[in-house]
Write a protein that binds this ligand. Structure first.
Ligand code: GLA
Length: 398
């Protein structure tokens, strides 16, 4: 299935639904937060590396109105069967029965821990068009839409980077996913027309113009659900951290990502375990690829950019081992299409989505060829959609 770009959620219609669900009242405010695709640089944000994501024009819209009571109420139009969920504003502590609402209450809990208690409860209506569990940061998108809403409504004056860090803390300490900062920061600080060269150590972003007129961005969903294989994700993180401590004398105050390619032989000698060494090799080489890729984008060298995407996928497949047969087949099929500039898995891996850059005008051929190759290999139908870039989380209408 293919659908085009420009996926605006209709705020006026959502406002009607809001009144249906929560009753008519004062006008609600609306906030929108994008999802993200990572163009290159996976599994190095938590090592403090540089990554190159882009906020996309699919996201999450949240309509909000203070309810004058001391309850937070939420309804997700994507989960209508669950109806309205609620919790007291004095008790936003994590409980499994909160389900999806934990991504909302987690933000309020972190705000409360930072001394920002809401003056009133809120009613929240949520609608999104990011496929769930596909590695396009639907949870970060929801968290940031809520965080920006709380920041604006409470006039808290927090910056986008501060809100991103707060949302990351909600993931790490509340939801229990040991993610890095890439998703939350990309979603908070996206800019239309740009990719973001992100320094995950400094939590800062340099914008790099993205040549949309020369490269169409296609997302290919393998439809192999990425059960954010949390334990595998956390294992990778632990392996990299373990290597960092074993290499401390060699690093002499540097980080793994600062290692030079020429030092890898020495690293291999120190690290007894071949698998741990491979994780380090990915970390070091991926960092290099991101820097080179950002320069290639600035110099309009899309051929080089595409080659680096391929090398990145191969490293994630062979050294980091986070791709899996479905993503390898999907990306392999994309590589075989003449209109493909580059393709790789995107995000955490273990299923989920791939990103394909295609020559404008040849998108349909790339999609058809990739879909056929993937189906022949796996028997699975992938979904494809074109995305544009978008701005970060923001208020969209009152
Ligand atoms: C997930 C995490 C990110 C990052 C990617 C892999 O999306 O949330 O922090 O580690 O995986 O690059």
């Amino acid at each position: 299935m293919v659908d085009g770009g420009g996926h605006r959620l209709d705020v006026a219609r959502l406002a009607e639904r809001f009144d249906d669900v929560f009753g008519a009242g004062t006008t609600c405010r609306a906030f929108h937060s994008p999802g993200r695709v990572n163009l290159i640089g996976d599994h190095i944000d938590y090592s403090g590396g540089w990554v190159l994501p882009m906020a996309i024009d699919r996201g999450t819209t949240v309509l909000v109105r203070p309810n004058g009571e001391s309850v937070m109420r939420g309804m997700s139009l994507d989960r209508p069967a669950e109806g309205v969920v609620e919790t007291s504003i004095d008790n936003t502590r994590y409980r499994p029965e909160l389900g999806w609402f934990a991504y909302v209450t987690g933000v309020f809990q972190m705000l409360a821990e930072a001394g920002h208690r809401p003056l009133s409860g809120l009613d929240l209506l949520i609608a999104g068009n990011i496929p769930d569990g596909a590695g396009l940061s639907s949870s970060a998108s929801l968290e940031l839409a809520v965080a920006v809403a709380a920041n604006e409504i409470g006039a808290l004056g927090l910056t986008g980077a501060e809100l991103a860090l707060l949302a990351q803390r909600a993931e790490n300490d509340y939801i229990g996913v040991a993610c890095g900062i890439m998703d939350q920061l990309a979603v908070a600080l996206g800019r239309r027309g740009h990719a973001m060269l992100m320094d995950c150590q400094q939590v800062s972003v340099e914008y790099v113009a993205f040549p949309h007129e020369r490269a169409s961005v296609i997302i290919a969903n393998s439809n192999k659900r990425r059960s954010l294989n949390e334990s595998a994700y956390n294992d990778r993180r632990r392996a990299v951290e373990l290597a960092g401590s074993q290499l401390r004398p060699l690093l002499a105050g540097r980080r793994l990502i600062d290692l030079d390619h020429a030092e890898l032989d020495e690293v291999h000698e120190i690290l007894a375990d071949d698998e741990v060494f491979a994780r380090v090799r990915h970390t070091v080489t991926e960092q290099r690829r991101v820097i080179t890729a950002a320069a290639a984008l600035q110099e309009d060298d899309l051929m080089l950019f595409g080659a680096l995407m391929r090398a990145s996928h191969e490293s994630l497949r062979d050294d980091f081992e986070v791709t899996g047969p479905e993503l390898d087949s999907l990306v392999g099929a994309a590589w075989r299409q003449p209109g493909t500039i580059g393709a790789r898995m995107t995000g955490a891996g273990f299923g989920g989505c791939a990103v394909i850059l295609a020559t404008p005008g040849q998108e349909q051929d790339v999609i058809d060829g990739t879909a056929a190759g993937y189906r022949a290999d796996t028997g699975i139908d992938a979904d494809f959609f074109l995305v544009g870039s978008d701005d970060g989380a923001r208020e969209v209408a009152r």
